[in-house]
Write a protein that binds this ligand. Sequence first.
Ligand code: ZN
Length: 699
Amino acid sequence: MHRPLVLSTIFLLGIPLRAQTIPGYSPQSAMVERAAEADVITRPAPANASMHSRFLSLQPHMAGTPAQERTRDYVVSQMKSWGLETEVRSYRVWMPHPVSTRVWRIAPDPIELNLQEGPIPEDTTSVSFPQVIPFNGYGAAGDVRGEVVYVNYGLIEEYAQLDSMGVSVRGKIAIARYGRSYRGIKAREAEKHGAVGLIIYSDPADDGYMRGDVYPAGPMRPSHGIQRGSVMNPNGDPSTPGYPSTPNAKRITQSQMDVPHIPVLPISYGNAAELLRGLTGKSIPQTWQGGLPFRYHVGPGPVQARLDVVTDAATHPYKEIWDTFGIIRGSEFPDEIVMIGGHRDAWGPGAADNVSGTVSVMEAARAIAEQVKAGRRPKRTIVFATWDAEEWGLLGSTEYVEEDSLRLRRHAVAYLNQDDIAQGPNFGGGGSPSLRALLRDVAKRVPDPSHQGSVYDVWRKRANLAADSLEPQMGDPGGGSDFAGFYNHLGIPIADWGFGGPQGVYHSAYDSYHWMSKFGDPNFEVHASAARIGAAMLLRIANADILPYDYAEFARTMRRFGAEVDRSIVDKHWKTTAAALTAAIGRMEDAAVAFTAARDKALTAQLSSASARQVNATLLEVERQLTRPQGLVTRPWFRNLVYASDENNGYATMALPSVNEAIRVGNESVVARELTDLVQRFDAATRALQVATELLSRS
Ligand SMILES: [Zn+2]
């Protein structure tokens, strides 16, 4: 529901001003807040963003290396210099590094492939520093050989298609292209189907010359460019599943860990051509044809390959990682925490992924710290985090939320994530539906990097909406970044945003300051805009009289997912129905609408701070009620029942996962049980909203 725009002039404290109500703010607080936000968004600066970016992307800084100590020290010393309290948390995690990786075509015409990405003279980072060895994090060590089988993207349904063609990867080396699923799922499926090794390559149709000019002429992937990345599916240190990697934590053995047991290596399309060109065998489905200049075949063979991966898993697999925190204590509710974070590790220089997010967090910190120095302290505590080892499987953030779960569940108001936020000019945002209205409103206050209006204006224009009443689409939380611990594990509302564009240097040695200043964000305006949004979002949440969640929008979003569940069940011709779920979501929407009305009324009267405190404590319970301690049947760590990453895709989102996973496996009795459970949890969330409403009407 959208608040009608109030155009009349009201008089407040004798000062005429345009009525600018802010959800969750009294008229007086709103006036102060508007001024604070208008001020804070002027502070992040492209010149500072460029300076931080240059420092942090100077060299590859993979987790567990000395280069990563350097980024830790930089962020901490900068934050200290702005007057923030700082903290570093370290964890010892199981994270074997590669010692050497090699790939050969052993038949026909034996050759060893050159896996190096190679220096590009105009990109000085690629010339001056050794590149991270091309490898996939958590792939097994081993020396394997076999006939090659092309499996397209390596999706579950593509293995089924191979089956129907009479082609198996058993005992063979599978070669899959990147895209359409998380690479950990590709590894899991290859192993499950009996492959002895997996090669994953970047096809030119996906992020190379079929999409645009290649680096350094354009932003896309050159023929020798490589996408590194983790192939582990669960989140966090695999030696401590579900609990923190504290010094005395019990560690499970490597054979018990949920990591691949076959070698997996990433290669470039230049090298992939050497393996794919000679494949023969069955004609491929047309959609399996990639962008290399010959007809693709699935094999098996006659091309044979060999993979040799040596790691330090047997000698010293444990490495130290460091999360950093900058803290501004709240003046009125110091126990309540609003957090923003981004990962600090990378597979290369990482100018986009994720120096850009780190810089956005830093500039937001500097902006708010300057306000504090000028005498304006936020009411709630704000924490600016940088996470280590995100790239390996969200290790730094996961260990942290597991260690601090009690405190965070009780006191964390929201977590904002910044990952890969400056790839181009196109704004996008997402997160929990309870924070979307807030993000849209803040995007209206921040000028777009293009100087063509606000971020919101440009976003809207590009979305080309069919009606004025529609809003640009926002993303549902899927998988793949540090919000997962907060959202999926603990039920803390999250939001994220960033600017996208054509990009083919993901996880490569060319994700550099040079790429960024030539293509991604030449004048660092995008970095500054992301930081402005961050600073304003943080203040808006930190200073609210009543926490500014929009549970009416939340429930409306759930209504759509409820309808989808209903359709899926109808398709199955089961006796079970989704009617109770639809009704429960309807009750939540009614309660949210009633709460909003009571809140707005209370805020125009005088709401005591004691009542506000009680209302806010109750509001914190709403989304927590939609989690359950035992988690999803498939993955106990995923406790949130609103969204999870799709366990068969990794990146994609699955809404209402407890029910939808049961529907997918076709188990009606589990579906019925999960529906009953979900209805109870929606009703508990509704009750929290009703209690908050009663508290307001009594105040
Ligand atoms: Zn990232």
